[in-house]
Write a protein that binds this ligand. Structure first.
Ligand code: PLP
Length: 374
């Protein structure tokens, strides 16, 4: 097994989730829409799993719609919120450091005539709640702000955004991409004051292919998929019972004490990484599991390859932007040499201090080899 320090890209499925999926595929394998006992048993399981996910998120079961991934939830939220506010206006606010799953549908709306304000981060990757309040307009129909940035680990002021929307009287719905925040930082959708919130299973040790969408009770949203009327008519399609079972099991398997445990390993890793000659910490991360560093003058892609040769997996930025400097780091206004040498290191409950030592040692060895070759 490699040393896997790229848990913001995806996570290893935990045994509880794998077992739950196996059980759902082989024992309670009925179609939840079938009227006979095997179908009803599957339907009862889905109901139970929805309750579990809702409990872990801190909302009502009827506020949860299962989706296939975070991208689906983000796309749906943005398109449906624009549709919801079509009579109220055509102005959207988001941040320059959102995931592509938010930025791309927003750009699509921009092409259709929507006006978009992209809030810029400061050098530390922080988005100002005051800038958001100043950008709100009577025709703002959507604010989309992530909870935890996937490359910097910074926490964004989502609750302040909700208060500003309410205080300003804008008709805007507030969507939050909480894909990197779910379980890693404490929150509930109600505490944040959001209307829509998106999570994804594969970031929390459930398999790929499952996510969940929070839709505030009372909010009428345009359905994503029409068909057999599953998921309260909002997202038709036979429920992926195995993935749903695995998502619920991964939620239940997550212990609150993991947060401090993961933060402890990350803080230790940052101390060790600071000993690597030339290394700069770009973002220590507010969230417990993500930090970003740079080795100026060493192209990230080369570092990722060399670390991979040594059995260590880290990311050169978001795994969704292979090869290109990430728009998130670019938005920080970093010098080019620093920007090109960025690495994201991200941790899980399985991560250890020994793995952090190995990463720091490998990076030191890479810098030493370069000096020896000069
Ligand atoms: N939003 C954020 C912040 C992410 O980190 C990711 C995945 O990297 C996504 C959305 C997309 O989620 P998924 O991979 O489940 O489509």
């Amino acid at each position: 097994m490699p040393i896997y320090l790229d848990n913001a890209a995806t996570t290893q499925v935990c045994p509880q989730a794998a077992q739950a999926a196996f059980q759902a595929m082989t024992v309670e394998f009925g179609n939840p829409s079938s009227g006979y006992a095997a179908g009803q048993a599957a339907a009862a399981q889905v109901k139970h799993h929805r309750e579990t996910v809702a409990r872990c998120l801190g909302c009502l079961p009827e506020e949860i719609t299962f989706t296939s991934c975070g991208t689906e939830g983000d796309n749906w939220s943005i398109r449906a919120a624009a549709e919801h506010g079509r009579r109220a206006g055509r102005h959207i606010i988001t941040t320059a450091i959102e995931h592509a799953a938010v930025l791309e549908p927003v750009r699509d709306l921009e092409r259709q005539g929507y006006e978009v304000t992209y809030l810029k981060p400061d050098r530390a990757g922080r988005i100002s709640a005051e800038a958001l309040a100043a950008a709100l307009r009577p025709d703002t129909v959507l604010v989309s702000m992530m909870l935890v940035n996937n490359e910097l680990g910074t926490i964004l002021p989502v609750a302040q955004a909700a208060r500003a929307i309410r205080a300003g009287g804008a008709p805007a719905l507030l969507h939050c991409d909480a894909v990197q925040g779910f379980l890693k930082v404490p929150f509930t959708p109600r505490e944040l004051g959001v209307d829509l919130l998106t999570i994804s299973g594969h970031k929390i040790r459930a398999p790929k292919g499952i996510g969940a969408q929070y839709i505030r009770k009372g909010l009428k949203l345009k359905p994503l998929l029409l068909g057999g009327g599953q998921e309260g008519g909002l997202r038709s399609g036979t429920e992926p019972t195995a993935q749903i079972a695995a998502l619920a099991a991964a939620c239940e398997a997550w212990k609150p004490e993991y947060r401090e445990q993961i933060r402890g390993v990350k803080d230790y890793a940052l101390e060790k990484l600071k000993e690597v000659p030339g290394l700069e910490v770009i973002s220590p991360g507010d969230a417990p599991h993500i930090c970003a560093v740079s080795l100026p003058g060493y192209p990230s892609e080369m570092l990722v390859r060399e670390l991979s040769d040594r059995g260590i997996c880290v990311s050169s930025g978001s795994a969704c932007h292979k090869g290109k400097p990430s728009h998130v780091f670019a938005a920080l206004g970093l010098p080019k040499r620093t920007l090109m040498g960025v690495l994201r290191v991200s941790f899980s409950p399985e991560s250890t201090r020994e793995e952090a030592d190995a990463l720091a040692q490998a990076l030191s060895a890479i810098t030493q080899n370069r000096i020896a070759m000069r």
